[in-house]
Ligand binder design. Sequence first.
Ligand code: AP5
Ligand code: ZN
Length: 218
Amino acid sequence: MRLILLGAPGAGKGTQATFICQKYGIPQISTGDMLRAAVKAGTPLGVQAKSVMESGGLVSDELIINLVKERISQADCANGFLFDGFPRTIPQADALKAAGVKLDYVLEIDVPFEAIINRMSGRRSHPASGRTYHVTFNPPKVEGLDDITGEPLIQRDDDKEETVKKRLEVYSAQTRPLVAYYSSWAKEDAASAPKYRAISGMGSVEEITARVFEALGH
Ligand code: AP5
Ligand code: ZN
């Protein structure tokens, strides 16, 4: 299974990615998680990405495309993978197409912007695994600690309200055009395009997981 999870910041891509990857036994490729790891490690990529991420903007297409190409060439991607947060611009989608990467699905999770600000302000993350919680909607078993490792959870630097607003603007301008890109490709050339599915991301985490598997044909 090779798929893209498409959706605004806070739509629940990371949350649902965990269930999808478990079910199909595929790695989650979150460019956001990879960049945060690079920032933490202080690598040259991290140094370049840090201020852009804190401002809510996008890291350059060239850096991201190289990062993803390198990642999908690794052995654990041989049986498939899930892209979370990539592609995020038309040039990134074009690069993926040009590289001949065949995809089974593009799954869009749709959540209205009004709901997103609430979700972001209560988000808590376990950086090492990418597991994501919410203080009210999806709390960890023990407050402030990851369920699996017991390690402390953190709040992301880019979850401040004004940065979230900027990220939503950037999503509207640069990423939402991918909805039309993939849905029209699927209509025009069903044989080579990934199947396009869109689901509502409103409701409980469990309800959305059920919609996800319904959309992917189980
Ligand atoms: P990235 O890490 O990709 O962030 P994002 O797309 O903005 O998405 P989020 O991780 O914020 O949201 P999510 O959809 O994963 O939601 P989650 O499941 O956590 O990117 C960060 C930055 O890196 C970018 O701004 C950019 O600078 C850079 N970057 C990354 N990729 C790039 C690329 N390809 N090109 C250029 N730059 C790139 O859920 C959110 C919260 O809601 C959680 O608290 C969760 O518990 C809660 N929640 C989930 N589901 C529900 C539900 N059903 N009901 C209530 N609450 C819920
Ligand atoms: Zn995420």
